[in-house]
Design a protein around this ligand. Structure first.
Ligand code: DGY
Length: 320
């Protein structure tokens, strides 16, 4: 850690250069070159008495790690929206502020969710593979047809920032929007979307369904919920793999009940259930919904802003 008068900070995950430069100019920062695991974070904090740590998924601090942190640690900042990789409740109990970066990734995650909707509806994965293997056969009027998004209803589970940003995009593609959430949004936020008070009520109306709720707990989408979707529905998940029972999803995809799926997140990341890789009707991406240069910079800057505020004695900007 470089010696100067500024406050110490541990950047425990690999961050974009712009974020690292800012960290080094504003703090007495140690910036890791590769993502640190949780015990390495604990050891570092003990050795250097740092008051602030920026972590990511790989350094997911659980109860025993947090218990072992020195009392110098005042804030754990996550450069992500999701914080399911750490035990937030235990950190808060210990008086450590936990923050996330909820706004930074809204637009890019919504773009990507729409990409999954379009790719799954329009068989992008199959078309791409055909081209890469040389094509060589024109398709007739009835062959390799996708399903139209215009005029269909997009069911959104979770009408927070990302859910609402997806709704806007879907409306621009001529889709109707329906949603469910713990409570109904104001008419201004709803912007014409139809509210259903429960997932069970939303599902039968969702020709395309997309999830935008935090992960954790029991899966939302099991055999029963997939069964409630209309025949030929498309399922999209750029939220968290833990929300889905993957056996049930696989069955719904192979039985023909679902037309297809667009998936960016999986239960056992960074591994994908290989059965999905064998299916034609799924479009698969490796948890990249927020992965743009601009958004990743913004996610890191948000974490630094939170750290600066808390170490300055102010309230966190994005407390969890
Ligand atoms: C998030 O920030 O939660 C995204 O899923 C990226 O990890």
């Amino acid at each position: 850690m470089p010696e100067n008068n500024r406050t110490k900070l541990l950047i425990a995950r690999r961050v974009p250069n712009a974020v690292a430069s800012r960290a080094v100019s504003e703090f007495r920062a140690y910036v890791t070159e590769s993502d640190m695991d949780a015990w390495s974070v604990v050891d570092f904090c003990k050795k250097h008495d740092v008051p602030a740590v920026l972590i990511g998924k790989k350094s997911g601090l659980q109860e025993d790690h947090i218990a072992a942190l020195p009392s110098t640690v005042k804030i754990i900042a996550n450069a992500s929206a999701g914080v399911d990789h750490m035990n937030v409740a235990f950190a808060l109990e210990r008086g450590i502020v936990v923050t996330n970066a909820p706004d930074a990734l809204t637009e890019c995650t919504a773009d990507f969710s729409m990409l999954l909707v379009l790719a799954a509806c329009r068989r992008a994965s199959e078309y791409e593979r055909i081209m890469r293997s040389g094509w060589g056969k024109s398709f007739g009027m009835t062959e390799m047809l996708g399903t139209r998004v215009n005029g269909k209803t997009l069911g959104i589970v979770g009408f927070g920032r990302i859910g609402r940003a997806v709704a806007k995009r879907a409306q621009a593609f001529g889709m109707k929007v329906a949603y469910t959430d713990i409570q109904r949004a104001s008419p201004a936020l709803e912007n014409g979307a139809m509210f259903y008070p429960s997932l069970e009520e939303l599902l039968p109306h969702s020709q395309v369904l997309t999830l935008h709720v935090p992960g954790g707990g029991t899966p939302l989408m099991t055999k029963k919920e997939f069964g409630l979707l209309p025949e030929g529905a498309v399922f999209v998940n750029a939220a968290r793999g833990a929300l889905v029972n993957e056996d049930a999803l696989y069955e719904a995809l192979t039985s023909g009940h679902l037309f297809g799926a667009g998936l960016d997140v999986y239960r056992n990341e960074p591994h994908v259930d290989v059965r999905f890789a064998g299916l034609q009707n799924v479009f698969l991406t490796p948890h990249m919904a927020s992965a743009t240069i601009e958004t990743r910079d913004q996610m890191g800057f948000t974490a630094l802003d939170n750290i600066a505020a808390v170490l300055d004695g102010q309230k966190a900007l994005n407390p969890v």
